[in-house]
Design a protein around this ligand. Structure first.
Ligand SMILES: *Cc1c(COP(=O)(O)O)cnc(C)c1O
Length: 473
């Protein structure tokens, strides 16, 4: 399968090349040239499979014809072996027809592990096969960086530079990132917001000579590999609840729109997903866009769900590409307008199309706290603030009842212990196997929110030689 850019001005690449490139050279995001379809009997046959085996069947068509297709089975087996739950992504029930999909059983206790553990292995194997080195650069609002550092630490072929907004991530997230002692791991605390970090990463990728020199690659959800590895749990959850014979709805705590776009991908592949609900905290650029038709990201507000303190949802571009009937010219017009004026407007027709499938709700801080309390009182279950945003948003959907609603639980409550306790005196305990790094060693460099300063630091500390492209690629 080939991967094309949402902006239509970059050559189509194989999965492996798109994985290593991360962002298309025209500034667009990679998309599969067509969505592979799973027939209803193929979906039904996923029932009862091991998570890794189900993921293999779902992801395999995207890798068709690629050398890494041979790695898929062993990559998935290794990646999910380290999870703390044998089901990898188990469902639990919190109400009549209301479920939580627990995506926090990986090594850093957030859903990012499900994809990062897969992507790191694919990248490493591809580089070993090609004899290259690469420099991973990523922006994080907390969980991506922790998951990436955990997944990439100690790899010989890859250096990792993770930018986080200084002082805006949780204590556990900071410790998970800055206590890795491996020489290939570099933490940069940027004096700014997550959106600033993301803008710096995008600027670095736009510097083609620098990309070539460092073999720059990205592990943010702009990398299609991340999205792809998040598709399987939509299938396994829906099949557990009766798909393909029964439709299922999902509510997804959303920041950069990667996770929920994986749900869109599952639907495009044939899974009967009746509704996808975007749940945001006070950073509500998406719910505002769905209400008014105007997408206008504003300043980031700090909340108790910091991994979603994002206004500029990068992966929304992928949905826009689909909405435009894959017309890259239309996407470029929207993106140019966004860059020039800070906003763009969708037509009434386009807005109607989006609303047919998507709901979008913003959840305030008080409501988040009350939801944590309510779920604890009703079920005895502790949920983290990101999950609580999802639960509260799902409650705002009117069509509840016959269709099962699955809320994605994106982080373990132990990762955000203060907010998750709901001030009830209940304190989430972390799984003993999670191995929180509580050591006092802190490896972190503070830099201003400035592209040149970050570039200089990376050049000075990267061991990478350029990735050798496959012949003809
Ligand atoms: C990253 C993250 C999200 C948001 O996911 P996106 O793919 O960026 O929308 C939500 N919750 C948690 C805990 C996260 O780490």
């Amino acid at each position: 399968m080939k991967f094309i850019s949402t902006r239509g001005e970059a050559p189509a690449l194989s999965f492996e090349d798109a994985l290593l490139a991360a962002l298309a050279p025209d500034g667009g995001l990679f998309m599969p040239e067509a969505w592979p379809r799973l027939e209803p009997d193929e979906i039904a046959a996923l029932a009862g499979l091991d998570y890794a085996d189900a993921a293999d069947l779902i992801m395999s068509p995207f890798l068709a014809g690629d050398p890494c297709q041979d790695d898929l089975q062993s990559v998935l087996a290794e990646a999910y072996d380290a999870f703390h739950h044998p089901a990898v992504a188990p469902l639990s029930q919190i109400g009549p027809n209301a479920f939580i999909l627990e995506l926090f059983h990986g090594p850093t206790l957030a859903f990012k592990d499900l994809a990062m553990q897969v992507v790191s292995r694919f990248m490493n194997r591809a580089l070993l096969r090609r004899g290259g080195h690469a420099t991973v650069v990523g922006a994080t609002s907390g969980d991506t960086g922790a998951a990436a550092i955990e997944a990439f630490r100690g790899l010989d072929a890859i250096d990792v530079f993770i930018l986080h907004p200084k002082g805006r991530i949780s204590d556990v997230q900071r410790r998970q990132m800055t206590t890795a002692t491996e020489a290939n791991v570099h933490n940069i605390a940027v004096e700014g917001t997550f959106d600033d970090c993301q803008a710096i990463v995008k600027a670095l990728f736009a510097d083609r000579p620098l990309c070539g020199r460092l073999g720059l690659t990205g592990i943010n959800s702009i990398n299609f590999g991340r999205i792809l590895a998040q598709v399987p749990y939509y299938f396994t959850a829906a099949v557990s609840l009766g798909a393909p014979h029964r439709p299922v709805a999902f509510t997804v705590p959303t920041g950069n729109f990667g996770d929920i776009f994986a749900g869109y991908a599952a639907r495009a592949m044939g899974l009967p997903v009746s509704r996808l609900v975007i749940a945001t905290n006070l950073n509500d650029s998406l719910p505002r866009a769905f209400a008014s038709g105007i997408y206008e990201p504003q300043g980031v507000v700090a909340t108790s769900s910091p991994s979603m303190d994002i206004q500029l949802a990068s992966n929304f571009e992928r949905l826009l590409f689909e909405l435009a009937g894959r017309d890259a010219v239309r996407v470029r017009v929207w993106m140019d307008e966004l860059r020039a004026t800070g906003a763009f407007r969708l037509s009434q027709g386009e807005l109607g199309q989006l609303r047919d499938l998507f709901g979008a709700h913003s959840v305030g801080e008080h409501e988040t706290e009350m939801t944590i309390r309510g779920v604890f009182e009703e079920t005895g279950m502790l949920i983290d603030p990101h999950t609580a945003v999802g639960v509260a948003a799902s409650a705002q959907e009117s069509d509840r009842g016959i269709t099962p609603m699955v809320v994605l639980s994106t982080a373990h409550p132990a990762k955000f212990p203060d907010a998750s306790s709901g001030r009830r005196g209940a304190c989430p305990s972390s799984p003993s196997a999670c191995g929180f790094a509580l050591a006092s060693t802190k490896r972190c460099t503070v830099l201003p929110s400035d592209v040149a300063a970050v570039a200089e630091f990376i050049v000075g500390h990267s061991r990478a030689e350029p990735v050798r492209a496959e012949a003809g690629a």
